[in-house]
Design a protein around this ligand. Structure first.
Ligand code: GDP
Length: 303
């Protein structure tokens, strides 16, 4: 089965592992909205967590970075007086350095990502959603912040007033992404923050149209009741006037999705979701450990 997985960070990594365990012929289309220049290198958190996860070297406990990584570079940078609130391990930095060098040599982000994925041994293609920079910018009472500044530096505390995707108007889905979606038997929207991990791709002109042309699109909700399993999804959905629940996720995705898998604790929302024209499957959507990841992946593929 050819599967394209739209992926964000930590929640998506769990489903990617589950899909990999099903033997799916996988292509990951990773969010680019969190990409940023930090410490002189181009950091692509969601692209990298997908690569590390599929290569079997991700730090599952932390949910980001490489297992067993060290932080000597950051320690020395802190001693040299640099602000080091963005945690980047030494081996993680090596990936970012390699990517930065390839970009400086003129490769697109797609080509650089494919090269890194292959060398790490992901066993499948990992693609950025687009090659042009698209940055999620959160408006707060103290000014605009990128996601790293909002969530890591400010610990998600500022009031979020709105969200925009800087640069999205100039971006386009890449030829590799188009080809993957056209050939896919199913496109899976992994559990990810709808605003910061899926929204940047949806803001790219032509991306929603591409998804609508897919054979089948199934999403796994990252919400239970009015809360996400982790992260600021609820707060940022509220900031964009979307109800912070699986209902809000279904509304956002109803433009292109055929079905959504939601928590059995949200079974009461099924009828309203079906009213939006989406099939709705309920199950235990929490993925704890490899067995849970595989079970949820099976249910998503069958939804
Ligand atoms: P974040 O909001 O910055 O953390 O961005 P991500 O796109 O990495 O979001 C991860 C999303 O995955 C969060 O919205 C979580 O609610 C969701 N998530 C994490 N673990 C699970 C899980 O076991 N099951 C489901 N369905 N969602 C999960």
């Amino acid at each position: 089965m050819r599967v394209v997985a739209l992926a964000g960070g930590t929640g998506s990594a769990k489903l990617l592992r589950g899909l990999q365990a099903q033997g799916a012929e996988l292509t990951v289309v990773a969010n680019v909205g969190d990409n940023a220049w930090i410490y002189g290198v181009y950091v692509c958190p969601d692209v990298d967590i997908a690569c590390y996860t599929l290569a079997g070297i991700a730090d599952r406990t932390r949910g980001w970075g490489i297992r067993g990584d060290t932080f000597r570079m950051l320690d020395l940078m802190a001693r040299a007086g640099t602000e080091t609130w963005f945690k980047l391990g030494d081996r993680d930095l090596a990936t970012c350095l390699a990517r930065t060098q390839m970009l400086r040599e003129g490769l697109t982000l797609t080509r650089a990502t494919e090269a890194i994925a292959e060398r790490l041994g992901t066993g499948c293609a990992v693609l950025p959603a687009c090659d042009e920079p698209v940055q999620t910018v959160i408006s707060t009472p103290g000014g605009e912040l990128n996601l790293q500044e909002f969530w890591v530096r400010e610990k998600g505390r500022p009031r979020a007033l709105g969200v925009r995707y800087l640069g999205s108007a100039r971006a386009r889905p890449t030829a590799r992404v188009r080809e993957a979606v056209e050939k896919a038997d199913i496109v899976v929207v992994c559990p990810a923050n709808p605003v910061t991990s899926v929204g940047p791709s949806l803001a790219v002109p032509g991306f929603v149209r591409l998804l609508r042309s897919a054979r089948r699109v199934v999403a796994l909700s990252p919400m239970v009741g009015r809360s996400p399993f982790s992260g600021p999804a609820g707060k940022l959905m509220e900031a964009t006037k979307a109800p912070p629940s699986s209902l809000g996720v279904a509304k956002l995705y109803s433009r292109f999705a055929d079905a959504i898998v939601v928590s059995d604790r949200d079974a009461g929302l099924s009828q309203e979701i079906r009213g939006m024209g989406l099939a709705c499957v309920t199950t235990d959507t929490m993925m704890s450990g490899p067995a849970g990841e595989a079970r949820v992946a099976r249910e998503v593929l069958a939804a």
